[in-house]
Design a protein around this ligand. Structure first.
Ligand code: C2O
Ligand code: CU
Length: 437
């Protein structure tokens, strides 16, 4: 159920905030599903505007994907919609609206999904942190001004308050010696995060729900773009009684800590970390045949440049398909704005069952987490350099000027969105439709 309510985001002793929430909690309840078992979720709309729910990263039938106009009619106020699907992959996913997304997500509509493995995973604790970024006024209310055009042409709506599963966090209790599977979800509209765990060595075991070769992040920083999920294994080898900060230092000069790992006084539950690294079973994804794949290219264009002048917009205005003002971004010269559309001609059509290599070229001066619905893709290379683990993802974070090659089997029929998950960028034109026919 999506409805307005109030939440204490800054913690006890701070004012409450008017939010929009699923089942009256921010974030919404963790939806727990089982791999390969049918799920049925009824969404009631108690907002005063249309909504839908997108089950981000889950490979499901097109009609259940939650894109208004494209895959279903919007859920009107007072109406409901039943989503039914069987998640093929175990892992960490999330759900959020796909209608008036900037405001609905920005006011609190988001929640995590855990699809449980068939076998139990050997950890002492399974934790989930849904990190969300809010722009609050000094009075503790959500600042209005969603869809500011300047912002939309730059970094997007980055806020001023980061919550951990619904509250600003001072500390998270830790037992010395335990092994934790920590599921990180970036539910922000626009904030990219780079997380460091003081005194600890997190090992990445899954990205966007898909298990990968366990590896330590480059430079010890976990880069987490909006909509991305990263599961890490953490062996808590710190000292009892001590605190260790979890720092986000993505934006130069603006580092802050997300929380502190607060060790209790009890002695470690084990002296040494378990010998074997945590390793998860792979999901049943079809392996793309790279030698025979169809190659396509998508170029990301637009945005405000350093000097403040619009560039890269030259040949683009003509291709705006009459969507007019508000477009600041484009993909291959076309700006699809908003959340979803009926009757869109797809930018690319893939033959069902074919392997596809897609080159994403960021010609802009900004970061973009690019998300493709209905599929996971292998990230093959970045700027011509092979990516060591070639992991599966559904959202790939692109730095300014990056060129990234991804590959997948187009095995899920339908019209699927591909868009930037900085929601202002999506709404302002960085979105397109790809068809699997
Ligand atoms: Cu989470 Cu269309 O996105
Ligand atoms: Cu973007």
């Amino acid at each position: 159920m999506a409805a307005p309510t109030r939440a204490r985001l800054a913690g006890e002793g701070h004012p409450e905030t008017d939010v929009w929430a699923y089942n009256n909690t921010v974030p919404g309840p963790i939806v727990r599903l089982r791999q390969g078992e049918p799920a049925r979720i009824i969404v009631e709309n108690h907002l005063d505007q249309d909504t839908t729910v997108h089950w981000h990263g889950i490979r499901l039938p097109n009609a259940m994907d939650g894109v208004p106009g494209l895959t279903q009619p919007p859920i009107k106020p007072g109406e409901s919609f039943t989503y039914e699907f069987t998640p093929p992959d175990a892992g960490t996913f999330w759900y959020h609206p796909h209608a008036n997304s900037l405001e609905q997500l920005g006011r609190g509509l988001a929640g995590a999904i855990i699809v449980e493995e068939r076998e139990t995973v050997p950890v002492d604790r399974d934790l989930l942190w849904l990190l969300a970024d809010w722009r609050l006024t000094s009075g503790g209310e959500i600042a209005s001004g969603f869809g500011n055009r300047m912002e939309a042409a730059m970094s997007g709506r980055v806020g001023n308050t980061v919550t951990l599963s619904g509250q600003v966090s001072e500390e998270e209790p830790i037992r010395a010696g335990e092994r934790i599977r920590l599921r990180l979800v970036n539910g922000s509209l626009a904030r990219v995060m780079a997380l460091r765990f003081e005194g600890h060595r997190p090992v990445i075991v899954a990205i966007d729900g898909q298990p990968c070769d366990p590896h330590e992040p480059e430079g010890g920083r976990i880069l987490l773009g909006p909509a991305m999920r990263i599961d890490v294994a953490l062996d808590m080898q710190g000292e009892p009684g001590r605190r260790y900060r979890v720092i986000d230092d993505f934006y130069d000069g603006l580092s802050y800590w997300v929380t502190q790992l607060a060790y209790g006084e009890k002695p470690p539950i084990r002296e040494h970390p378990p010998d074997a690294p945590l390793s998860l079973l792979r999901n049943p994804l079809a392996e793309p045949d790279l030698a025979n794949a169809d190659r396509h290219e998508l170029t990301l264009q637009g945005g405000m440049m350093g000097g403040g002048a619009m560039t890269g917009m030259g040949g683009m205005m003509g291709g705006m398909m009459g969507m007019g003002g508000g477009a600041a971004w484009a993909i291959n010269g076309m700006s699809m704005t908003g959340d979803g559309h009926a009757g869109m001609e797809p930018a690319l059509t893939f033959q069902r069952g074919h392997s596809v290599v897609l080159v994403l070229r960021n010609e802009t001066a900004w970061w973009h987490p690019m998300h493709f619905h209905g599929h996971s893709f292998r990230v093959l290379s970045r700027n011509g350099v092979r990516v060591p683990h070639r992991q599966w993802q559904d959202t790939v974070l692109m730095a300014p000027r990056d060129a990234v090659e991804v590959a997948f089997v187009a095995d899920n029929p339908g019209d699927w969105m591909l868009h930037c998950h900085v929601i202002d960028h999506q709404m302002a034109g960085m979105m397109t439709v790809l068809r699997v026919a």
